[in-house]
Design a protein around this ligand. Structure first.
Ligand code: 2AM
Length: 223
């Protein structure tokens, strides 16, 4: 009989420690609470509600994911391309169960998702699979994404609107970064946490004045 292949997880990533998770959720919820009261946001409310006069409570609008994390490799139990190769990397094996600190440099809100942009260190980049930034990107967006530095997609999904899957956060982040690169930023609003900019079609990007750091553990996850 053939030896049983080791099973591959749903994904690998950095998982926030429980107390860190609470701290980040509180800080980012405060931002959401302020965002939906801003005049600049209200002007574009129809991009969230479909109606001009309707109000939106962003705290209710986004559903929290179970465990806050930054995905490095989505393996889909081995069905995703390169899953086995990634799991077998020496750096992956050595990093499992190790602590690491993530740095959040921006927050993004779109009608689909709420997320945190993560700036990876050089060491953390070693765990970022080559080509992962481009996974599932629409052909029209591909040239812009290819021009972005590797690891640009790194993020923590903080919430999704009804019926939206978490994978959308990385895609919306890439779209925002591409628009910024083309100089397509609109309204800018100064907030306590940093500078908020609007990028059309309900896309908001908050550049944090001070990065928010969070302690994590690198690990695999299976449902
Ligand atoms: P996320 O990293 O944006 O949160 C389990 O579904 C996890 O894997 C989620 O955290 C999800 O998104 C991520 N994920 C799901 N499908 C993916 C895909 N096709 N490519 C990359 N990440 C994916």
């Amino acid at each position: 009989t053939k030896p049983k292949e080791p099973e591959l997880p749903l994904f690998f990533g950095w998982f926030l420690l429980p107390e860190e998770e609470e701290r980040i959720k509180c800080a980012t919820m405060d931002f959401l609470k302020t965002l939906d009261t801003l005049e600049a946001f209200k002007e574009h409310i129809s991009e969230f509600t479909g109606e001009a006069e309707k109000e939106v409570d962003l705290e209710q609008y986004f559903q929290n994911p179970l465990h806050l994390h930054c995905t490095t490799k989505f393996c889909d139990y081995g069905k995703a391309e390169g899953a086995k190769e990634y799991a077998e990397l020496q750096v992956v094996k050595e990093s499992l169960a190790k602590s690491d600190e993530l740095s959040v440099t921006a927050l993004i809100v779109t009608p689909r998702i709420f997320g945190a942009r993560v700036a990876l260190t050089e060491t953390q980049m070693k765990l970022w699979p080559e080509g992962e930034d481009k996974e599932g990107v629409a052909p029209a967006l591909m040239p812009s994404v290819e021009a972005l530095p590797m690891g640009s997609r790194a993020h923590v999904t903080l919430g999704c609107s009804a019926g939206v899957e978490a994978v959308q956060t990385g895609l919306d982040l890439l779209e925002i970064l591409a628009l910024q690169k083309e100089g397509k930023e609109g309204t800018q609003v100064e907030m306590d946490l940093g500078t908020l900019s609007y990028l059309s079609e309900g896309r908001w990007f908050l550049t944090l004045r001070e990065p928010i750091t969070a302690d994590t553990t690198f690990s695999s996850f299976s449902d």
